[in-house]
Design a protein around this ligand. Structure first.
Ligand SMILES: Nc1ncnc2c1ncn2[C@@H]1O[C@H](COP(=O)(O)OP(=O)(O)OP(=O)(O)O)[C@@H](O)[C@H]1O
Ligand SMILES: [Mg+2]
Length: 192
């Protein structure tokens, strides 16, 4: 079996070369599935990533959340302590483009992990048992293990990012649900 590093490289190579129209199309289909789900309807405080480099796009979803009066937090990357700080935003004016090419909060307004009831999780490779491989720094593993047990971890990905089975380690946090443009995989405790 390929190790995590090889899998990241192989799948990122495909994703980096995607046609932008396909990224948009997949993102719309995934957004549609999320906004029509019970998990989404029942959530009040959402932690959601800002996409870059052909990740499933989240801007439509964030707009929907804000107009549905949900509280929205996006990651502020604290590279010194290697942690993500969920930071509340209320609109585009609260965003600033980082040097790495993704949007970050202009001001850090922390939302405590215990307040969050839904996380939209990015990733590089997933499998049908809801395992996840990210960029390889452990940022998401470190924040996801601080959530309250009732919080839902919903990953989004393009279908080609989902493999039959991938390696996972003790510290890797499993998703509750995985959504692609083609389908949905659910864990034991989730209902959509
Ligand atoms: N909860 C944790 N506490 C401390 N270190 C952790 C934790 N989770 C992961 N790490 C460390 O982070 C490093 C990278 O982990 P891993 O390969 O799982 O990254 P990843 O899940 O692909 O990345 P990311 O979560 O940033 O998208 C590992 O060396 C691991 O020991
Ligand atoms: Mg991990």
């Amino acid at each position: 079996m390929e190790d995590k590093k090889e899998l990241r490289k192989r799948i990122l190579n495909i994703r980096n070369n995607m046609d932008i129209e396909d990224v948009r199309k997949n993102s719309s289909a995934i957004t549609e599935k999320i906004v029509n789900s019970d998990i989404y309807r029942q959530s009040n405080v959402v932690f959601i990533y800002m996409d870059f480099k052909n990740e499933v796009m989240t801007s439509q979803l964030i707009k929907h959340m804000l107009s549905a009066k949900k509280r929205v937090a996006i990651p502020y990357t604290d590279t010194v302590n290697t942690v993500l700080i969920p930071s509340e935003i209320t609109g585009e004016a609260d965003l600033v483009l980082s040097s790495l090419g993704y949007y970050e909060p202009k001001n850090v307004l922390p939302v405590y992990p215990e307040e969050i009831d839904l996380v939209i999780v990015p990733g590089v490779v997933f499998d049908k048992s809801l395992n996840r491989i990210g960029f390889g720094k452990g940022y998401y593993d470190r924040i996801l293990n601080k959530l309250k047990p009732s919080a839902k971890k919903v990953a989004v990905a393009h279908e080609f990012q989902v493999l039959e089975s991938i390696p996972n380690e003790e510290h890797d946090i499993k998703m509750d649900m995985l959504i692609t443009e083609k389908g949905i995989w659910k864990g034991d405790t989730s209902s959509l």
